[in-house]
Write a protein that binds this ligand. Sequence first.
Ligand SMILES: Nc1ncnc2c1ncn2[C@@H]1O[C@H](COP(=O)(O)OP(=O)(O)OP(=O)(O)O)[C@@H](O)[C@H]1O
Length: 250
Amino acid sequence: MAAQIKFRNVTLGYERHPAVHHLNGEVASGALLAVIGPNGAGKSTLFRGVAGILKPLSGAIDLGGLDQRDIAYLPQTADIDRSFPISVFDFVASGLWRSTGLFGGISGKAREKILAAIAAVGLNGFENRPIGTLSGGQMQRMLFARVLLQDARLIVLDEPFNAIDAKTSADLLALVGRWHAEGRTVLAALHDLDMVRANFPETLLLARGPVAWGSTAEALTPENLLVAMKMCEAFDDRAAACADVPSRAA
Ligand SMILES: Nc1ncnc2c1ncn2[C@@H]1O[C@H](COP(=O)(O)OP(=O)(O)OP(=O)(O)O)[C@@H](O)[C@H]1O
């Protein structure tokens, strides 16, 4: 299977401080990959890099010719400004911007698609609710509806099942399974190892750099998990930038 993503010695970080170091490797087109790691391991940073929100400090992320609009990115719910006065309908509708444009207006057909996506995640009747009134699980369903609408070839989900009930997890996991069956490439940052073992064939165990990457059974050994934890504990956030990260100072 051709590669959908190639990480070429990529280093990502903030203010010249690397958070993910020298990552090399490929994600095959159509892969269903879990990204696991302790808090602060760099999972969100890596996903921001793939989504094009964060430019690499060095190295490159090759997306096999994919346009940025072909990537659907589901951020952590903590990154969503819930006080922003927008309805569920309008939030989900933003998933269509790639076809309608920002000010393109919503046709009758587009409206149907938006309502179908909201229904598919079990949020019928919530269309006019301000997003700030949603529960954690409803919020997550809404984020999935937007991804559904984006119809993207590459889907990047940052902790999509955190702090939600078992029924919501199961419903949303079924959507992930559907995307995988449709041949889309799906990456998800997760914390629940049982869920990963049961549903994700491939895993990248990350601790600022890769600890293991391959079949889930081979990557998620107790030894590897311990190494990842120790690597994250030992990491000094205030350390200077890597020697081979060029300075951006003027
Ligand atoms: N916007 C930011 N500015 C500066 N440093 C950041 C920023 N976001 C993350 N970091 C730092 O980058 C490192 C990696 O964080 P990241 O959020 O990518 O880890 P994570 O694996 O997603 O963690 P978690 O499981 O807790 O969400 C951490 O040391 C974090 O403090």
